[in-house]
Design a protein around this ligand. Structure first.
Ligand code: TYD
Length: 140
């Protein structure tokens, strides 16, 4: 469910020459990172996401600027505002996401548990919510 999708705080090495944050596989990320991708040059007013993944785990980081991520597990919705590069939002599988409110020059970096696979996507919200409901029924 949506309660698994928490903000992860990464270490910060404060320095007058500029701060440093690091992300270590096995320590800060609850899966093995197999892919990194990033959204950039996003025009004002654009919306990304609009899909869910069957099995993929992700952590989203606002490397620069800010944006909002709305998560929806089929039952509950939550909006997160990301605006610091030392925070990451963990997104569990079976979570519909919309990303909007991109500030100009923002960079959205995503750490993912697997390489790209279109078969892992739900691109249709009704298909997703039906599958999420079935999953929830099976769990209780
Ligand atoms: P998509 O995941 O729908 O973008 P977003 O969720 O960020 O709005 O991907 C957009 C397109 O890019 C789609 O045609 C698939 C392709 N793509 C890859 O080829 N490899 C990748 O790692 C990703 C994330 C997308």
């Amino acid at each position: 469910g949506i309660e698994q999708c928490e903000i992860i705080e990464f270490p910060i090495i404060h320095d007058p020459r500029g701060n440093l944050t690091f992300v270590e596989g096995g320590h800060h990320i609850p899966f093995d990172i197999k892919r990194v991708y990033y959204l950039y040059d996003v025009p004002g007013g654009a919306q990304r996401g609009g899909h869910a993944h069957r099995n993929l785990h992700q952590v989203v980081i606002a490397m620069s600027g800010s944006f909002d991520i709305v998560l929806d597990d089929g039952t509950h919705k939550r909006r997160h505002h990301l605006n610091r590069s030392y925070y990451g939002l963990y997104i569990a599988p079976m979570m519909w996401r919309e990303i909007d409110n991109f500030s100009s020059g923002s960079v959205c970096m995503v750490l993912a548990s697997d390489i790209y696979d279109e078969a892992d996507y739900f691109r249709n919200y009704n298909d997703f919510s039906a599958a999420a409901l079935q999953l929830a029924k099976g769990l209780r």
